[in-house]
Design a protein around this ligand. Structure first.
Ligand code: FAD
Ligand code: SF4
Ligand code: SF4
Length: 374
């Protein structure tokens, strides 16, 4: 009987060209032969095989037995269940529509981070705490190029409080934060936190479930960001500027709360209907079933009535210990998720909506939950 050793050839046909590739870059960073690269030009956000060693659709190293790219991919075959079992030691139940974990609200105890962060500065406080208490050596996050005026995202490594502060806030275009991994390792990091949306937050779990070597070990903490979609970069010119006169360089902060909320450097505030943005949905998000970053250790989001609190889902023992330590040391404040029942209901609803996007022709895992009921 032939042994199934899927490699780039299978990843290319089953994920990259089928529409379920999110562009998370996990395959690129684990490739031990450096034959994969990443195209982030013109909204592509896709891995590609260099035109050597097998060409675009095949890989001679794969033919000889290398399977690392498929072992890292958080959309390959039975990914969801494999990662659930590795991380939580069980499959999820039908009720666990947003994944396994407990919901609460949290925010930084430091008003500076509440103000500087996107929704409560919880992620910033967590990263600073983990860096300054010898829990991690570095974190992979998203920054903006140059002085930020272009709103072009770039994956970054942060190792200090100031770098965390500089990279706080949300950008709603894609940033494949895993691409900063090599730079973190070059600088000696062994315990690396990853901040990312569901597509990226499932990558460390996929690597750990399928034993993808050193990278799997080094990605030791995963902080997820709730996410319905990201947008093509052209949304800036073709919607915000063309329809509302808002130039990239004038925009100070963007949030999404049912509408695009846009603050400009001149102190003004603008709203753009969210439905006008839908046509700019990034290709890699269209089949994504994971709203709630279901394989993170701790997932975070901004839904709910309390604008300056982060909705937090604590999923793993490691996440629970970190939350306890931060509370004990006065770094964060928390309150029960039940304080905002509307947020919890919306979390269920948005998770359900995302699940319906997973194609019926793909591995049935993410569709097996009752996605059609209200
Ligand atoms: C693309 C995107 C879509 C989102 N959609 C939703 C949503 O639909 N509903 C919801 O409740 N929450 C959503 N969030 C999460 C929300 O915006 C906040 O990130 C979250 O509530 C944490 O807030 P905070 O104040 O604790 O984070 P902060 O302390 O401000 O830290 C935020 C962290 O996110 C990183 N980051 C910023 N932009 C990106 C990016 N594009 N890619 C990867 N990392 C990034 C930053 O580098 C920083 O480390 C989304 C976030 C992003 C990036
Ligand atoms: S989803 Fe991520 S790991 Fe899978 S093929 Fe796409 S970029 Fe590679
Ligand atoms: S919707 Fe969010 S989590 Fe899903 S692929 Fe897009 S960016 Fe990733």
């Amino acid at each position: 009987m032939a042994i199934d050793k899927p490699h780039w050839r299978e990843l290319f046909s089953e994920v990259v060209t089928s529409g379920s590739c999110t562009g998370c870059a996990a395959c690129v960073i684990v490739c031990p032969h450096d034959v994969l690269d990443y195209d982030d030009k013109n909204g592509a956000y896709k891995p590609f095989h260099l035109d050597i060693d097998g060409g675009k659709a095949d890989c001679t190293h794969g033919e000889k037995g290398c399977t690392l790219c498929t072992r890292a991919c958080p959309r390959f075959r039975n990914w969801e269940s494999e990662i659930d079992i590795r991380k939580f030691e069980r499959d999820r139940t039908d009720e666990e529509i947003f994944g396994i974990g407990d919901v609460l609200l949290a925010r930084s105890s430091d008003p500076f981070h509440v103000e500087n962060g996107q929704d409560g500065g919880f992620v910033s406080s967590l990263l600073i705490y983990a860096l300054e208490n010898d829990i991690i050596d570095a974190a992979l996050v998203s920054g903006l190029e140059g002085d930020g005026a272009t709103w072009q995202t770039e994956p970054r490594v942060v190792t200090t409080r100031d770098q965390v502060i500089e990279t706080a806030g949300s950008r709603y275009t894609y940033s494949a934060n895993l691409l900063a991994y090599a730079s973190a390792v070059e600088n000696g990091a062994e315990r690396i936190a990853l901040v990312g949306m569901g597509c990226m937050a499932s990558a460390p779990g996929a690597m750990q479930a399928r034993k993808a070597g050193k990278v799997a070990r080094r990605l030791s903490l995963t902080i997820g960001l709730l996410c319905s979609k990201t947008f093509d970069d052209k949304i800036f010119e073709e919607l915000f500027e063309a329809q509302y006169g808002l130039k990239r360089a004038d925009i100070k902060k963007i949030n999404i709360k049912g509408v695009f909320q846009i603050w400009t450097h001149d102190g003004n505030y603008h709203e753009v209907p969210l439905k006008e943005g839908h046509v700019f949905t990034r290709e890699g998000c269209k089949q994504c079933p994971d709203f709630a970053a279901e394989h993170a250790d701790i997932s975070t989001g901004g839904i709910g009535d309390f604008g300056d609190w982060t909705l937090v889902i604590v999923r793993t023992e490691q996440g629970r210990e970190l939350m306890e330590a931060m509370k004990r040391d006065g770094v964060i404040e928390t309150r029960p998720g039940d304080d905002d029942p509307g947020a919890v209901a919306l979390l269920h609803r948005l998770a359900r909506v995302s699940r319906k996007r997973w194609p019926e022709t793909a591995n049935p895992g993410p569709r097996r939950l009752p996605v059609t009921s209200a």
